[in-house]
Design a protein around this ligand. Structure first.
Ligand SMILES: C[S@@+](CC[C@H](N)C(=O)[O-])C[C@H]1O[C@@H](n2cnc3c(N)ncnc32)[C@H](O)[C@@H]1O
Length: 389
């Protein structure tokens, strides 16, 4: 039996009740049903109320989960090797999507300054007003002299040259939940009101783009119903946008997930949806909406296809361990003074977590899509896995 989830505080209850009221009103206005993707969008991003837009502490030890840049500055230092190469071949601009607490932005800017390859502009595209405020605060704290280079965007720019960077962003994009009953019947899972418990799932026949995508998948991988999984139509549309916007440079995305054949593996018949609350993982996205993170693993074949369809080249794909090793993370670790003391030990443990296969090294992948770059990317020099997509 999994450990019971910690009981949210009275304030947290009140915040969740407000999100629930908003979702309930949409369900009623929608005739009693909304697609799960809409529910996920509201639970995570409803202005001022959703998980990412509300005021709770999400990242780090006191929050709900820890991401790579939160673990150790060596992640940003290794990443900077790849970033510098892309900027040198395109334009001196970085656009970070979904910058969390702003910790990666601060560390990356400091490392690029040390390497004498600072970008002229560091743009951040962030949906959450609350996180923007935290990012601004973090930058003023860790790199105040570099803060004037940073600016926030409300939407994708019309055109962009340089590097687009996203760590754990795709997994936070709303997904459709699909049930393949048999070869013919594809259902979309939605959310309805349930007088006793609040919300419940209800399936309806899938339609339009989702139905086509589900049927296409069933033709590519051996899905035998009943089988439930996710389809990330929002992420696919978002990636296609970059095909229009990116003049020259690369979109570099790090996240957890698999190539399609592994994602829709017969044994993974309940999908990959995951929720996090105070470092407890659970699988019930209807539990206290607005208080926990909801995410889905990434189908990296879909990422590559969406980029390719939008005219971008797939420049590299590998696991996080291989990418960071190619960027020299162990050499960076080796340059720390090995005093046998707290700093070295803590940093080497964190690097171990980033690259160990049973931790983040294998589940996390890195993909680069791009246009107009001449040199092969350093991060994929050895162990590229493009052939697995
Ligand atoms: C799991 S957090 C990762 C944060 C940070 N990159 C890190 O590694 O710590 C996901 C982030 O993606 C943002 N996000 C999700 N979809 C987005 C979109 N379409 N545009 C911009 N930001 C987005 C969320 O607001 C949040 O900041």
């Amino acid at each position: 039996m999994p450990a019971p989830l910690p009981e949210p505080s009275a304030d947290a209850h009140a915040a969740s009740v407000a999100v629930c009221a908003l979702i309930a009103a949409e369900i009623t206005a929608g005739g009693g049903w909304i697609p799960f993707s809409r529910y996920m969008k509201l639970a995570l991003y409803a202005p001022g109320l959703g998980y990412y837009s509300g005021g709770s502490q999400k990242f780090g030890a006191a929050g709900d989960f820890v991401t790579a840049p939160e673990l150790t500055p060596l992640f940003a230092q290794a990443l900077a090797v790849q970033v510098a190469q892309i900027l040198a071949q395109s334009a001196p601009n970085i656009l970070e999507v979904g910058a969390g607490r702003g910790i990666l932005a601060g560390q990356l800017l400091l490392e690029l300054e040390r390497g004498n390859c600072l970008p002229e502009r560091y743009l951040i595209l962030e949906l959450s007003g609350e996180l923007r405020a935290r990012q601004r605060q973090m930058l003023l704290q860790v790199a105040p002299h570099l803060a004037p280079r940073v600016a926030w965007l409300d939407a994708l720019p019309d055109s962009f040259a340089g590097l687009v960077l996203g760590n754990e962003v795709l997994d936070a994009m709303p997904v459709a939940l699909v049930e393949w009953r048999d070869a013919e019947t594809v259902l979309e899972r939605g959310v309805v009101l349930n007088e006793r418990d609040g919300f419940a799932f209800e399936d309806r026949p899938a339609q339009g783009e989702l139905l086509l995508a589900a049927q296409a998948l069933a033709g590519q991988v051996p899905i035998a119903g009943p089988y439930v999984s996710e389809i990330g139509l929002v992420a696919r549309a978002w990636l296609r946008e970059w095909g229009r916007v990116l003049e020259r440079g690369a979109v570099l995305l790090l996240d957890y997930g698999f190539p399609r054949a592994e994602y829709y593996f017969p044994q993974r018949g309940n999908g990959t949806l995951m929720c996090h609350y105070r470092h407890h993982a659970h699988d019930d996205p209807l539990w206290w909406p607005g208080l926990n993170d909801i995410s889905a693993h990434v189908d990296f074949t879909a990422v590559a296809e969406a980029g390719f369809d939008a005219g971008l080249e797939v420049l590299g794909y590998t696991n996080q361990a291989r990418f960071l090793l190619n960027c020299g993370i162990t050499e960076i670790l080796g340059r720390l003074p090995n005093d046998g003391g707290k700093v070295f030990l803590t940093q080497s443990r964190s690097v171990g977590k980033l690259i160990a296969p049973h931790e983040m090294g294998e589940l996390f992948k890195v993909i680069a899509l791009g246009r107009g770059l001449n040199e092969p990317l350093l991060g994929f020099a050895r162990g590229d896995r493009l052939h697995t997509l």
